[in-house]
Design a binder for this molecule. Structure first.
Ligand code: ADP
Ligand code: MG
Length: 234
């Protein structure tokens, strides 16, 4: 069963002559274990589509299914529980809480998902997974951009979500840090089997994906399978 399935999903903003269809009749399935990149020029609808997949926003038309269940029939409480428990988010600007340390930022994700017991240990155990041993007690301002994004990855993964959604996760990083972040995501995909979907318009990032979905003007222009990039270190 797909983790997530969209059937003819449209999201429009505004109305009348000012109406913009940010995505138009998108039909797409995300299967367990995929490592998929969404690419396309700025304004092509990548963020809008990821927000639909992550249930941060509802479709104007069409249907969305998470693990086979139609989201339209879920209450907002059910949807937030599902998001907190099953979906991890990574953002372009890291979105860490500045007054919390690295380990506290990670721990908070478990607490918000109602899983406070053992949260500190689980958060500490994530640090070596993302190459941040010894940096548990640094605040975001004491970490590089690449390190901050790896804290954000740990925060997304500590809940063991079925799906991780990352909107341009490397856009604010230089290429060395971008590579490291991508490497960590690929390794977690390989070792934990976590499904990733992320957006990027950086060709170096796109080269790492095993499925490349290209958006143009809010519609899918191409959906291609790729051989895994060399150098994966599970
Ligand atoms: P991308 O992430 O690929 O840059 P977006 O999903 O952000 O694309 O935007 C797709 C289109 O929808 C753009 O034309 C954008 O201007 C429009 N759009 C996005 N969000 C809003 C919004 N909240 N209100 C109005 N228009 C929006
Ligand atoms: Mg965007």
């Amino acid at each position: 069963m797909p983790i997530c399935e969209l059937r003819r999903v449209t999201r429009s903003y505004g109305s009348g002559v000012g109406r913009v269809d940010a995505i138009r009749e998108i039909t797409l399935s995300i299967e367990p274990g995929e490592f998929t990149v969404l690419c396309g020029p700025s304004g092509s609808g990548k963020t809008t589509l990821l927000n639909q997949i992550g249930c941060l926003d509802a479709p104007t038309a069409g249907e969305l299914f998470l693990e086979g269940r139609p989201t339209a029939r879920m209450t907002s409480g059910e949807l937030s529980r599902l998001r907190a428990g099953k979906i991890g988010f990574i953002f372009q600007s890291f979105n860490l809480i500045p007054v919390l340390t690295a380990v506290e930022n990670i721990e908070l994700a478990l607490e918000l998902a109602g899983r406070a017991a053992g949260a500190r240990e689980a958060a500490l155990a994530m640090l070596p997974e993302v190459g941040l041993d010894g940096l548990a007690h640094r605040r975001p301002s004491e970490l590089s951009g690449g390190q901050q994004q790896r804290v954000a990855i740990a925060r997304a993964l500590v809940k063991r979500p079925v799906l991780v959604i990352a909107d341009e996760p490397t856009a604010n990083l230089d290429s060395a840090n971008g590579e490291q972040v991508l490497d960590v995501m690929r390794r977690l995909n390989a070792t934990l089997g976590t499904t990733f979907i992320f957006s990027s318009h950086d060709p170096r990032v796109v080269a790492h994906a095993r499925r490349v979905v290209t958006l143009v003007d809010g519609a899918i222009a191409a959906d291609e399978a790729r051989a895994p990039a060399p150098g994966i270190r599970p």
